[in-house]
Design a protein around this ligand. Structure first.
Ligand code: GLN
Length: 603
């Protein structure tokens, strides 16, 4: 079975296969030998999947497409100030090989021959004789494989490229080229003769679409800053004096070459590479342009017609009313938490945090109740955070903390370095990060309890009479039970119960904390002193989960055997205990239901 995109590309290929309009470049004699019937389309996705149709593995010379990559190399190695002092970034409105400079004698932009030769000059000025090898190596990294060179085309252009020689000497006249003009021209002719396929071009284009990271090899070739500058000049000048129409119709940064190749690079989406040697009067591949037009209009990929629904970024927005972490707590603690539920706000976010979504979230946050003390932002489902979103988030964090509110992150680590690096350097906020939302909620609960209940000492021994399961028992009944229990002590980190074991007893926790976990390590609940565990033994024969000591633990074990004898003597106690157990289960169910409700109600 083919994917929808594969089918779309195949249809596009079939539709255009018979279109042999235009003609192959012949001003470089060797190029006139190209076969006009050759036709290849490739598309690389940002997870590195490559769709190839037709002659996608057929090698041809990269020609002017090299200009985009050598420009990015110059920006990366020499910095934008230096490069911009030599080469402009304005569209020229003229043919690629025009012998014309701006009023201050700079080439119009790096996509026309004058600008590209000046760009190669910058590389030669720093790398000397190694310049070509450096360019060759960089272009190969963009493609993810060692590219070849077409020596025939190189010689052919070298023998006939007098127009480029004229341009180069004009540049030298204005000191825009280093002294060794012949070497610059030689490197330029050679870089144009590097061999690529449409397959390679699509990977190179996808690297630009992917913030400079080759999506196949994973290597960062150039910085996001340089990518944005390179794509900018591709947008305004990549298709020469067809650039305006191209942007209007196709709307993707692109670059063509007289060898018959075109790259189109849609940021954060895809890279396209096409090969078809027949050119139009601008020197752009006829079928290549049509392929890009078709794909762009069919899928509405125009870079300026992107839309998004920012409100979907908030998946759920709730407080602590009816909700708690998986830690079971004594009822005094539960009461404190319910009294202060409006001090907590939990916002679960989803998708990409961008300028627009982060602004929406921050407007939601500032409408919080005056009692707010803890703001938890759960980022587990956040796929990425743009720089603009980081700047807004950092500022929100400053404001929120300035108002005495904790901002707590879960599901994704936000380091203060991250935020402060982007935003102001002098704010040094310590971030509260938790691996999962439940841990963040538990931390908040602990903090609230600490603030409001100095009375509740966590190291205090909780007697049997205060056990939830034994609520309503008389002193005499407690005393009898106490006599039947065996004291057990466990060290922090020790496993107490094992899932799958037969359940012959249950436990009352007197001191410390335990957690109930699935084999996978997922925590089902945490229990503090006053709670029982293993009580499912009253209903089931086998233990359904592991129980671990989170701290040093003291508990009382009551075997089912002893319990059964006890209820024979005190039948109403069996009933009371079962009722308490049922209450516990119903509380847990109520909590689970509240959570389901929050996550399934649309906002
Ligand atoms: N090597 C070719 C030249 O300098 C590149 C031109 C192009 O691809 N448009 O003329």
């Amino acid at each position: 079975m083919n994917t929808p995109l594969q089918k779309l590309l195949e249809n596009c290929y079939d539709d255009l296969l018979g279109d042999l309009s235009g003609k192959v470049a012949d001003y470089i004699p060797e190029l006139s030998k190209s076969d006009p019937k050759r036709f290849g389309i490739s598309l690389t996705t940002l997870d590195g999947h490559i769709y190839d149709i037709g002659d996608s593995q057929f090698p041809f010379t990269i020609q002017s497409i090299s200009k985009a990559f050598v420009f990015s190399m110059a920006l990366e190695n020499l910095g934008s100030n230096h490069v911009e002092s030599v080469i402009g970034v304005e569209p020229s409105g003229e043919a690629f090989n025009a012998i014309r400079l701006t009023a201050d004698n700079r080439p119009f932009n790096p996509m026309v021959n004058a600008g590209a030769i000046a760009c190669t000059g910058l590389i030669v000025a720093t790398e000397g004789k190694k310049a070509f090898d450096k360019i060759h190596e960089t272009l190969s990294r963009f493609a993810g494989r060692k590219l070849g060179v077409d020596e025939e085309v190189y010689r052919s252009e070298s023998l006939t490229g007098d127009r480029n020689r004229a341009i180069a000497w004009l540049l030298r006249n204005y000191s825009r080229l280093p002294e060794n003009v012949d070497l610059v021209l030689d490197v330029y002719f050679k870089q144009c003769s590097i061999l690529v396929t449409s397959h390679d071009l699509s990977v190179m284009a996808a690297t630009l679409a992917n913030s400079g990271i080759n999506p196949v090899t994973g290597e960062q070739i150039i910085s996001p800053y340089v990518v944005a500058r390179t794509l900018s000049v591709m947008t305004s000048s990549g298709m020469y004096d067809y650039a305006g129409q191209w942007l209007y119709k196709v709307g993707m940064p692109a670059k063509s070459g007289v060898g018959g190749g075109i790259i189109a690079s849609l940021p954060a989406t895809l890279g396209l590479g096409t090969y078809s040697p027949n050119l139009d009067s601008y020197g752009n591949s006829v079928r290549g342009i049509r392929v890009c037009e078709k794909i762009s209009s069919y899928l509405n990929l125009h870079v300026l017609s992107q839309k998004t629904d920012i409100k979907t970024c908030i998946l759920a927005d709730y407080g602590l009313s009816g909700i708690s972490s998986r830690r079971s707590r004594r009822h005094e603690e539960v009461n404190i938490l319910q009294d202060h539920h409006d001090e907590v706000r939990i916002i679960e976010l989803i998708g990409a945090l961008t300028f627009a979504t982060m602004d929406y979230v921050s407007r939601a946050v500032i409408t919080s109740s005056a009692n707010l003390k803890y703001l938890i932002l759960d980022l587990r489902r956040v796929s990425g955070i743009t720089d603009a979103a980081k700047i807004l988030l950092n500022s929100l964090q400053n404001d929120v903390e300035h108002n005495g509110i904790y901002i707590i992150f879960s599901g994704r680590t936000i380091s203060s370095d991250d935020l402060n690096h982007i935003a102001s350097k002098n704010t040094l906020l310590k971030n509260l990060n938790f691996r999962i939302l439940d841990e963040a909620i538990e931390w908040v609960e602990d903090d609230i309890i600490k603030r409001y209940a100095e009375l509740l000492n966590p190291n205090e021994l909780v007697s049997l009479s205060e056990q939830f399961l034994l609520a309503g028992f008389t002193d005499k009944e407690i005393e009898t039970i106490s006599g039947l229990c065996i004291e057990r002590n466990y060290k922090s980190g020790e496993q107490i119960l094992f899932a799958g074991d037969s359940s012959k007893s249950f436990y009352f926790l007197l001191l410390g904390k335990v957690s109930v976990r699935l084999r996978s390590g997922i925590r089902l609940s945490s229990l503090s002193a006053g709670m029982s565990f293993g009580e499912m033994a009253l209903l089931e024969n086998l233990r359904s989960a592991d129980v671990w000591a989170d701290t040093d633990v003291r508990c009382l074990e009551l075997t089912l055997h002893a319990y059964n004898n006890f209820t024979k003597a005190f039948p109403e106690c069996g009933e009371k205990l079962m009722k308490n157990g049922a209450l516990l289960l119903s509380q847990r169910l109520r909590m689970a239901n509240a959570k389901v409700d929050i996550l399934s109600s649309s906002n």
